[in-house]
Design a protein around this ligand. Structure first.
Ligand SMILES: [Zn+2]
Length: 238
């Protein structure tokens, strides 16, 4: 934890976030998204599931609606322009050619220069074993960057190949290399987490409980980023 974090490069205008569940972006990096959109960048969200298995006390048939609404509200708070759901089954995402094809199609359609995802590593930044949904989504999203650029892979896709992804920014990683200053977007980030109110209630967290841990996280990250509150990313260059 000693090496300093570098600023995430700024030479891009469109980002696409590909994550497994509602709340992955909010717990991972919403402050950075809010800072980017406030600076005029365009960010879209693509979620593989509606998070229907995420609330223990709520049946999936109800959770699927509640969690989609909460995700849309949360994205709007952060200035995100589009939110799409692919309707994979929560908890059962596999890294497959079908998933790579769906993600390559989305990358060709959105033409992002920055791909955002949640960590594909075995453990998350909290030290906990990562979920298979996160591992498989992250790996498939990174693989799909290459697929999107190769016209001979998935040649039946309608949109033209897109080779313009310059970077992937991976949130929640155990090995961050870069960071984004979130000093001006912390309140927005807190509000975007709190928009997931049914999910937070399901975890037994009262209203207002999100701020403390989020502040502590961006403050401790800032110790490696010139003392400014920051969200860390592992950055991959393509
Ligand atoms: Zn998740």
């Amino acid at each position: 934890m000693s090496e300093n974090l570098q600023p995430v490069p700024d030479d891009w205008s469109r980002a696409l976030a590909i994550v497994a569940h509602p709340d992955d972006m909010e717990f991972g990096c919403a402050g950075a998204v809010a800072a980017w959109t406030a600076g005029g960048k365009s960010v879209g969200y693509l979620l593989l599931t509606r998070g229907e298995a995420g609330i223990d006390g709520m049946a999936p048939a109800e959770a699927v609606k509640v969690r989609e609404e909460e995700q849309r509200a949360s994205a709007e708070i952060c200035g995100v322009g589009s939110v799409e759901f692919l309707d994979y089954a929560d908890g059962a995402i596999e890294h497959s050619p079908r998933l790579r094809r769906d993600l390559a199609a989305a990358i060709r359609r959105h033409r992002p220069e920055l791909l955002i995802t949640f960590t594909h590593h075995d453990f998350t930044y909290t030290g906990k074993w990562n979920s298979p949904d996160h591992r498989n989504t992250g790996r498939a999203a990174l693989d799909a960057v290459l697929d999107a650029g190769n016209r001979w892979i998935f040649p039946d896709l309608q949109d033209k190949p897109w080779n313009g992804v310059k970077y992937a920014a991976i949130a929640g990683s155990t090995r961050p290399t870069h960071a984004v200053d979130v000093g001006g977007s912390l309140d927005v980030a807190v509000a975007s987490v709190e928009a997931h109110s049914a999910y937070l209630a399901g975890l037994g967290l009262p209203p207002g409980a999100a701020r403390g841990p989020l502040e502590a996280f961006v403050t401790s990250t800032g110790e490696r980023f010139g003392g400014r509150p920051a969200v860390p990313f592992e950055l991959i260059r393509f």
